[in-house]
Write a protein that binds this ligand. Structure first.
Ligand code: TYD
Length: 239
């Protein structure tokens, strides 16, 4: 699968002032747009964490408030749910979907919406698409059910941009240098179905998604992503 070619224009975010509008710059307009919401997705082991950190540094260098968070486990309640979801024993498919949705509901209410309403950039390591890819693609639940559940949980808050780091599950698994958790130990076929589901979702929502070849160097991926985010910010600023 060929990764989508991302724009290489080096966007210049002239509204990068941290004043949130107090000095009369463009930031006020930005805050009115309720910040910027970015998610990173992909199967386990594709290197999302490295790219999340690189993008955080890039945005901070532009003077933006950046909130980095993740699912499951972006809140105290979420940390307890994460323990059950990743390190507990048997969890039925429907219970699993509900627990991920509960984690997301709390995450949105407690962390994501408040940050967006301050005009911050929120970068989350996994969000709704993980539920769609893992619980519907990987397990046997339907896309419609999982989407309805997550939209209810989040009151239909979707990211402005989703970066899908894509690679073969076999190669991704070689990168995991730790004991596998409950999801990771579901097997290579499960990861294959999940990867295919992510790629289908990216095709369905081509405006929101950018698909990147996760076998490229971390440095080149970071450059592509920061350039794309610069363009996205410039687009929002020009509205
Ligand atoms: P984590 O250790 O955070 O993995 P990674 O570093 O790869 O993101 O574990 C999260 C696991 O939970 C991962 O296997 C994907 C899975 N997951 C779902 O199945 N559904 C979801 O909605 C979310 C958010 C994660």
């Amino acid at each position: 699968m060929e990764s989508q070619n991302m724009a290489s224009k080096n966007g210049d975010f002239s509204g990068g002032c941290a004043c949130r509008g107090n000095c009369g710059c463009n930031s006020e307009k930005y805050a009115e747009n309720k910040g910027l919401f970015i998610s990173f997705e992909g199967i386990d082991g594709v290197g999302k964490t490295t790219q999340v950190e690189a993008l955080k540094k890039h945005l901070q260098s532009l003077g933006r408030e950046v909130v980095v968070t993740r699912e499951p486990g972006g809140t105290d309640l979420g940390k307890s749910l994460r323990e059950i979801l990743l390190h507990g024993s048997f969890v039925s498919s429907r219970a699993e979907a509900l627990l991920f949705a509960a984690d997301r509901a709390q995450h949105v209410a407690q962390v994501i919406r408040p940050a967006l309403s301050r005009g911050a950039v929120v970068i989350t390591d996994r969000y709704i698409d993980s539920s769609l890819a893992y619980q519907a693609g990987g397990r046997e639940l339907t896309m419609d059910d999982v989407r309805t559940l997550s939209e209810w949980a989040t009151d239909s808050l979707w990211p402005n941009r989703t970066y899908l780091l894509d690679m073969q599950p076999e190669a991704a698994f070689e990168r995991l240098h730790r004991e596998q958790d409950r999801m990771e130990s579901a097997g290579i076929d499960f990861q294959r179905r999940t990867r295919e589901a992510f790629l289908d979702l990216a095709q369905e929502s081509a405006d929101r998604y950018r698909v990147l070849d996760a076998t490229c160097s971390a440095q080149s991926l970071a450059e592509l992503i920061s350039s794309d985010v610069n363009n996205l910010i410039a687009q929002i600023e020009s509205k």
